[in-house]
Design a protein around this ligand. Sequence first.
Ligand code: APR
Length: 395
Amino acid sequence: MPEQTSAVVIIGAGPAGLVLGNLLLAAGVGCTVLERQSRAHVEQRARAGFLAANTVRVLTEHGLADGLLKGGQQHDTCAFRTASGEFELQYGTLGRGEVHTVYPQQHLVRDLVAEFLARGGDLRFETAAVAVTGLTGDRPQVTVRAADGGLHRLQCRFVAGCDGRHGIARTAVPAGAARRFRRDHGVSWLALLAAAPQSMAAVAYAVHEDGFAGHMARTPDITRYYLQVPRGEDPADWPDARIWEELRHRMRADRYGPLNEGAVLERRIVDMASDVLDPIQYGRLFLVGDAASLISPSAAKGANLAVMEAETLARAMVPALRGGDEQRLARYSADCLPRIWRAQEFSHWMINLLHGPAGTGDEAVFLRELQRARLESLQTSRRHQDHFAENYVGI
Ligand code: APR
């Protein structure tokens, strides 16, 4: 006999699931969040950390921003280092004048978990959703494997698939009910976390003929770096000494100043691939965040898209559950997809701005000249800089 649970079952306690859960609770809608990992795991998992102005707005409006307003750092500048020199964009004075807030995602997740529990939310760690059924009826069911290994069925009104890139929610959408548009950008990054303070005040993007390198602050004593590597690279082939030598080389430390070096705490490969499901809803199932669309980290949009979608879905679920008005729910996907594609387009543009092709053949040189022209336009055109700022921080 299925357990009657809250009106909404949310699969996944990442930014998407936790923001949605907190917004629903704040509106008086009961929800159950299922998270297959332990609380300790999700609260120490270093992921993104660049919050867009819209994300800060959503969190602030719903009383979820105390931690980030206290511990976050405002960032309004980014620097580009190229063969012909370095230039900075004070994007806080460009476009709509919006800025980023740097706040490690694991800290945000910790805050959102604490708030959800404080509001009396039903959050079940080490509980994995293993099947989602009945989506075309009005009482969908989620089969879960609890921490004790027992299987239970939860019956609800709506299911939110917030279970990320490897979740099961997507698989509950029958073939033919949605299309998956995808692109492999053909670029891979070695993503690094270093036990060292940031080496410069801004985010730095180093465009180099030997490959891209990136520098982003995370906390006062942890800094995120990226190194472009060939597809299929093994992180084990990159000991600390080799990492710092290549970062110094590509960041042109001899010209722009030394890097603050330290132990490399994390090294993992990120293959740049994106996809978008269309639609991102099926019957009583609604997909949010990475479960709905995967985006490359080139413009730090993933967590910010997740929060935008979570707010849109919460605004649609509340009238449906309170008064049966399902109009907004019916257009959840149509409301989100244009903004997902805008973010995808900008991230794709950033990939082509930061990464030139290898080789010296005619086509490689042609593409490298396009890259140089893009950088020159960004450096010299105020209109281009306004467009960049609007898309870099906006959602
Ligand atoms: N049952 C329960 N929980 C699950 C299941 C499952 N079957 N499958 C996955 N999960 C959990 C994962 O353990 C994870 O905690 O779902 C959560 C998904 O969280 P994220 O991967 O962070 O995805 P999302 O909330 O969409 O955030 C997307 O945040 O991680 C950053 O930048 C990254 O773009 C990404 C963004």
